[in-house]
Write a protein that binds this ligand. Structure first.
Ligand SMILES: [Zn+2]
Length: 169
């Protein structure tokens, strides 16, 4: 296992900087979503795909899922966008692994190698098809439960609620 040719790695400092920058941006986005419920605030980007087709794209429900997540409501987050929650979890695991490698000054390779791309696209495509089928309706945002502004989960909600018409990304 020692036959691999030496590779030029980006310096750990570059990795740390990128990581810290990304973390800061993510924290900023999370903070905005934390204080402004996507179901009641209109300044969030609206999904053009959903507006045109009435179907859910892989990103639909993402902001609402983030809102539920930062309020500790995992069940609602998964219901709003399970793919987004899974990706966040994968990102956290990958980030922890990557950070540990950099910290120990071990070669970590690329954070997102190209070989990850196709499986990810396949999963996203499968998720998109599934959540738009009647059998996969539980993967669509706002079908069975929603978090009210206090973060409480209500189930079996069937009345028309105007907040559901606001299909943010
Ligand atoms: Zn969408």
């Amino acid at each position: 296992m020692k036959t691999a040719p030496p590779r030029i790695q980006p310096s750990p400092a570059t990795g740390w900087f990128a990581g810290i920058l990304l973390g800061a941006v993510a924290a900023g986005v999370a903070a905005v979503v934390y204080f402004f419920n996507p179901a009641t605030h209109r300044f969030y980007p609206v999904c053009q795909f959903h507006q045109l087709t009435g179907l859910n794209c892989p990103g639909c429900g993402m902001t609402r899922a983030l809102y539920a997540l930062v309020h500790g409501n995992f069940a609602v987050a998964i219901r709003d966008n399970a793919l987004f929650v899974a990706l966040l979890a994968a990102l956290a695991v990958r980030g922890a692994w990557f950070g540990a490698r950099l910290y120990r000054r071990q070669p970590a390779g690329e954070f997102f190698p190209v070989k990850f791309l196709w499986p990810l696209l396949a999963v996203a495509l499968g998720f998109t098809v599934l959540r738009n089928l009647p059998a996969g309706a539980f993967l669509s945002p706002g079908e069975f439960a929603f978090a009210d502004p206090r973060g409480r989960v209500q189930s079996g909600f069937h009345e028309h609620d105007a907040s559901f018409d606001n299909h943010d990304v």
